[in-house]
Design a binder for this molecule. Structure first.
Ligand code: ZN
Length: 178
């Protein structure tokens, strides 16, 4: 099958050429489509932890990472919250539209990452929550989202810290090339 402008081969994934010979450099895609801005890291510490009752989920993780010198990493959480502030990005207005749920919710799945924004450790997290009848809601997590109980897995990533910068196209703070 031939599609104009695209080359299909085992080395091509979503228009991104996977180059394993340059693990620490940003990979330019000069051939087709837009590149995926990325970097490679070594695995650092793997941590399991219990989130504190009554504390803000995002701030707690940011504080923990700052105190433990984690500048880049990924995490996942299961548990529950007493309230959640969630949002979705309005791509036309380029603003987050947020809403708050003041009720007990299970954290069905929460995934996020840690990187630097203006030199400060910043968490970006999304989650799906379920209410007492199993109905789910989800979105980008904001403060205040108050922990009832939580179990977090954090994978520290070692290398040149990943940093965010303002992106004019989307209006978001996105990872930049370094
Ligand atoms: Zn988000």
């Amino acid at each position: 099958m031939k599609i104009s402008g695209l080359i299909y081969s085992p080395n091509v994934l979503f228009g991104f050429r996977h180059v394993t010979s340059h693990p620490n450099s940003w990979v330019q895609n000069e051939t087709y489509m837009d590149k995926i801005i990325h970097s490679a890291f070594e695995k650092g510490r793997c941590m399991l932890g219990r989130l504190p009752y009554g504390k803000d989920l995002v701030k707690t993780i940011e504080d923990f990472c700052a105190q433990n010198s984690i500048q880049t990493g990924v995490f996942s959480i299961i548990g529950s919250v007493m309230s959640a502030t969630l949002g979705s990005y309005d791509q036309d207005q380029q603003v987050y539209v947020t809403f708050k749920k003041e009720e007990a919710l299970e954290i069905v799945h929460c995934t996020g990452n840690v990187s630097l924004k203006e030199g400060r450790v910043t968490v970006h997290a999304h989650a799906a929550f379920a209410d007492i009848e199993g109905r789910t809601i989800g979105g980008h997590i904001f403060s205040e989202t108050v922990v009832y109980a939580g179990e977090i897995y954090i994978q520290e990533l070692l290398g040149k810290p990943l940093e965010r910068e303002y992106d004019e196209t989307t209006g978001l703070s996105l990872w930049k090339e370094c």
